[in-house]
Design a protein around this ligand. Structure first.
Ligand SMILES: [Zn+2]
Length: 341
């Protein structure tokens, strides 16, 4: 029994010295001193030892027990210190390491452009107005002088939602809503998403428009020209523009507005203006009398203008494909970090 105790003791001392961390020490403690541990197993044999020898063996076992406990305690302390050192090393912060680059979010180029134009119109006295994107056929078409059999309906590749309802094809649908709700003087702009079933490098099924409407006594085409001059010079700098007669069902007379190509300065021979020297930027005109009379507004005249936000953003930042606007490509988006609008 003495030999067994000695063998167990010596082997345990070797194991203790070899232990590298606190977990290993704990394992040894359980293996030797646990309920069914090695020491208990050896001491079970105490019953067969003669009564004479028993106290001596008991004392011998106690001495070993104390030695092993001491060994576990001192090696345990060393192991704990080692563990702490290891953890500190693993969790160390290298203050000299280069910082991770942050990519803060920013306003989308379309939001920036919308806000920029809204700010200009706001300074000219226009207030923001809005209408639903799921619009009745009436407000999208009939109300703005596009009856069911009108060929202009063919120009709008409309998304029909349910009978009598469409995804609005233009922000002009807000015009009649405002004319019915408010009394002149009316000076509003409506910005928002519009939808048409078309898609290529210059057309997207979802795009954005801004509509301006000014209705009051004695509003003339020269007022429209004045507002256009302000709007375009704030957007493009001092720039020549021209109004070219055109047709929109909700205005009479109607005009398309071109600015002199800011890239070739009107000379032509450049891709941006397709060698014409002019770039088409928006549509406008005097509010068609049909709209005013059907809204019950009398003794007033007005003008309306409508522009595409994507087209403006593309011109202002020389983007050549509308699809970039909607693809969420970080490389593209980061080119247009928030610039204060
Ligand atoms: Zn040009």
């Amino acid at each position: 029994m003495r030999d067994k105790l000695e063998a167990l003791g010596n082997q345990t001392l070797i194991d203790i010295e070899a232990a590298m961390d606190a977990a290993a020490i704990e394992q040894i403690r359980l293996r030797v001193f646990g309920k069914k541990g090695a020491l208990s197993e050896v001491l079970k044999g105490l019953g067969q030892v003669s009564a004479l020898e028993r106290p001596q063996i008991g004392a011998f076992a106690n001495t070993w027990k104390e030695r092993l406990e001491e060994g576990l305690a001192s090696r345990g302390q060393i192991c704990e210190e080692r563990d702490l050192d290891k953890r500190l090393a693993a969790e160390a912060v290298d203050v000299t390491a280069p910082a991770r680059r942050l990519h803060p979010g920013s306003l989308h180029i379309l939001t920036q452009t919308t806000r920029r134009i809204a700010a200009i119109l706001g300074r000219l006295g226009f207030e923001s107005a809005s209408g639903p994107e799921i619009e009745t056929e009436y407000f999208n078409f009939e109300a703005v002088n596009i009856p069911a059999d009108h060929p202009a309906r063919q120009m709008h590749d409309t998304f029909f939602i349910k009978p009598g309802h469409v995804l609005r094809t233009h922000t002009s649908s807000v015009q009649m809503r405002v004319l019915r709700e408010k009394k002149p003087p009316i000076r509003i702009f409506a910005a928002g998403a519009v939808y048409r079933c078309e898609a290529d490098a210059t057309h997207s099924p979802l795009f954005h428009q801004i509509e301006g409407l000014f209705v009051d006594k004695g509003v003339r085409m020269s007022d429209l020209k004045g507002v256009l001059g302000e709007l375009l010079s704030e957007l493009f700098g001092t720039v020549k523009f021209r109004m070219r007669p055109s047709y929109f069902p909700f205005v009479e007379p109607g005009a398309e507005v071109d600015i002199e190509c800011f890239k070739c300065r009107g000379v032509g021979h450049c891709q941006l203006c397709r060698s014409s020297g002019w770039i088409e930027v928006l549509g406008c005109g005097m509010v068609h009398p049909f709209l005013l009379t059907s809204a019950g507004v009398t003794d007033v005249t007005g003008f309306a203008l409508g522009l595409g936000v994507e087209r403006m953003a593309m011109l202002l930042h020389e983007v050549n494909d509308i699809r970039h606007m909607f693809q969420g490509d970080m490389r593209f988006l980061q080119l247009f970090r928030f610039r204060g609008y």
